[in-house]
Ligand binder design. Sequence first.
Ligand SMILES: [Zn+2]
Length: 157
Amino acid sequence: MEQLELDFSKSVPQETRLFTRKSKKRRELLRPRGRHHDLSGIFGRLNRSFFGNTVKVDVTWGKESKNRKRSIQLGVFDRDSNIIRIHPLLDRDFVPEDVVEMVLYHEMLHAYLGADVVRGRRMVHTKRFREAEKAHPYYSAYVEWEKKHLTRLLRGW
Ligand SMILES: [Zn+2]
C-alpha cells in the first residue's frame, strides 16, 4: 500500500523501482496457500468480481525475513516476473481475510491499470488508481485496520 511502499525504499521511489528492476531469470516457486489464508481463492474472487477475469498474474506469499524492519511492504506487484507477492506477516489467523483481500486488490489494480506517464515520469498511484481502490467495499475498514495494527505488524506480532 502506498505509504508503506514509500517508507520501504529510502533512496529510490517505488514507482521507479517497479520499472527498472532487472528480470529474474530463475523460476520462482509459488506458494499461494498459506497457513491461514489462501491467496488463490481470494485472487479468483477479486478477478471475477472486479476485473472480469482479465488479470493474468501469479500470486504467492513472500518469504519470511529474519530481519525486523521499521517499515514493511505488505504487497508488491513485480512486473518483470508478473508475480504479486503478499507479505507473510499477513498470513495470521487474527488478520481478517478482508485485509488480505484489500492488499491483494491494491496489487491487482497495479497489474490491471499499469502506469501513466505524467510529466515524463511513470506514475502508478494515479487519481484513477485511487478512485478504483476506494471503490472496493472494504476500503474504509482496511484503512482503519491498518491504523490500529500497523505497529503490531512491524514488531512481527
Ligand atoms: Zn501501490
